[in-house]
Design a protein around this ligand. Structure first.
Ligand code: NAG
Ligand code: NAG
Ligand code: NAG
Ligand code: NAG
Ligand code: NAG
Ligand code: CU
Length: 366
């Protein structure tokens, strides 16, 4: 009898931990916002684009193990297809690398500027579309709800290194933390975690990182070209870091969404206010992966987990937009250069569509 009840208890515990994660406060806000979206669409019909026809991106753990593996297989397929921009970026060996090269080229325009949110939305869509049209993937880009794994990312379904994860942590090597320039102590350094070396488990254990570095947070051999676009093959390195993940729990994300009523502050808080020692969920997620290239501001899309992080960034923006779609769907701010350096004009909506230099356009030739 005792044995039986111990077994039953074990089974129930097993069931609840294997089941879906409970909804966090951000998920609940997202659900509650759908009514506002419906209301907006009723007043502003978008042709055949309706809630029913909208595609639905899912959270990593809400995919089945098989679905997660079809996603990583499609990413590996993109890494196997020859790149299209080797004339401008000789290090971009694959279609996957094309996306990394474009990010390297456009980093100073698309961060801390008008373009940060819309450009990354377009960029993500473009990548998702490549997975679907070039690699036969039938799902959509999954997102990484940071809160689910923030307390123990290295043992999470995202990074535990099994065949249905996004690959494991790097081997343990001595390395230092991530300096956060301008931040007051103790926020001026994200402490190093237990990895830092090559990833040896999961679907991406054999992948080669080809581009960069430009702004490395580990010691990496230099790229043959100063623009980082030369060929510089090396292993994927990670330092799955719960110190960084600590600022990505749902309370941070909920505050970000609910306490910033214009896009300037929403984006500023999201990207981080380093001088105030606030890393922001954007840096928090990037440095949860850490390593090379994830820790490199320019080359970060070269770690396949980047795309799940930015799908969450995009989701958070969408949840924020849904709170007041009439205003927020088309609201932009800031100037056309990173932190306004060099100084430039305020960006406008037209810059997103009409200026080929500034538009969120994936260029294959310069
Ligand atoms: C919407 O209609 C256009 C034009 O008929 C068509 O090309 C497109 O595939 C449709 N989109 C959806 C989501 O049904
Ligand atoms: C990998 O680990 C996750 C989390 O424990 C689990 O849901 C999944 O089924 C595992 N996948 C495989 C292929 O073992
Ligand atoms: C990694 O490479 C080794 C040696 O080439 C090969 O045996 C193995 O199957 C590869 N693993 C994956 C996941 O591609
Ligand atoms: C979120 O919760 C953690 C843990 O309780 C706390 O340390 C942190 O200050 C909270 N952050 C915000 C923005 O409320
Ligand atoms: C640019 O935007 C800022 C902040 O919204 C505003 O104060 C400033 O007047 C704008 N500059 C021009 C030239 O419109
Ligand atoms: Cu970016």
């Amino acid at each position: 009898m005792l044995q039986l009840s111990i077994l039953t208890a074990a089974l129930l515990v097993g069931l609840s931990s294997a089941g879906p994660y409970p909804k966090d406060d951000v998920d609940k806000l997202a659900d509650a916002s759908v009514a506002k979206w419906k209301d907006y669409l009723a007043k502003n019909p978008q042709g055949n684009c309706t809630i029913e026809t909208a595609i639905k991106r899912k959270e990593w753990s809400d995919l089945t193990s098989t679905e997660r593996q079809s996603y990583t297989k499609a990413v590996l397929c993109l890494m196997d297809k020859p790149g299209l921009m080797t004339s401008t970026a000789p290090g971009a060996k694959s279609r996957f690398d094309d996306y990394v090269a474009v990010h390297i080229q456009q980093t100073p325009r698309n961060h801390g500027s008008t373009f940060f949110l819309p450009w990354h939305r377009y960029y993500l869509w473009h990548y998702e579309n490549a997975l679907r049209t070039e690699c036969g993937y039938t799902g959509y880009q999954p997102y990484w709800n940071w809160d689910r794994y923030a307390k123990d990312p290295v043992n999470s379904p995202l990074f535990n290194g099994n065949e249905s994860s996004m690959g494991g942590n790097g081997l343990k090597v001595a390395h230092s933390g991530i300096p956060i320039p301008g931040a007051p102590r103790p926020y001026n350094m994200i402490p190093a975690a237990d990895g830092g070396g090559c990833v040896t488990t999961g679907p991406f254990k054999n992948m080669t990182v080809n581009l960069g570095p430009i702004a490395p947070t580990l010691t990496i051999k230099a790229n043959p070209r100063s623009d980082g676009l030369g060929y510089n093959p090396r292993c994927l390195r990670r330092d799955i870091n719960k110190n960084a993940a600590a600022v990505t729990t749902a309370n941070y994300t909920l505050d970000l969404i609910t306490k910033n009523s214009n896009v300037y502050w929403f984006q500023t808080v999201m990207e981080g206010q380093f001088a105030q020692g606030k890393w922001g969920v954007h840096s928090g997620g990037h440095y949860t992966i850490s390593g090379d290239p994830a820790g490199d501001f320019y080359v970060s899309p070269g770690d396949p987990a980047f795309w799940l992080h930015h799908a969450m960034i995009d989701r958070v923006w969408w949840i924020w937009q849904m709170q007041d779609l009439t205003k927020r769907l088309t609201e932009v701010s800031m100037t056309k250069t990173m932190n306004n350096q060099p100084p430039s004009a305020n960006g406008t909506l037209d810059d997103l569509t009409e200026d080929p230099e500034a538009a969120p356009f994936i260029r294959y030739t310069e």
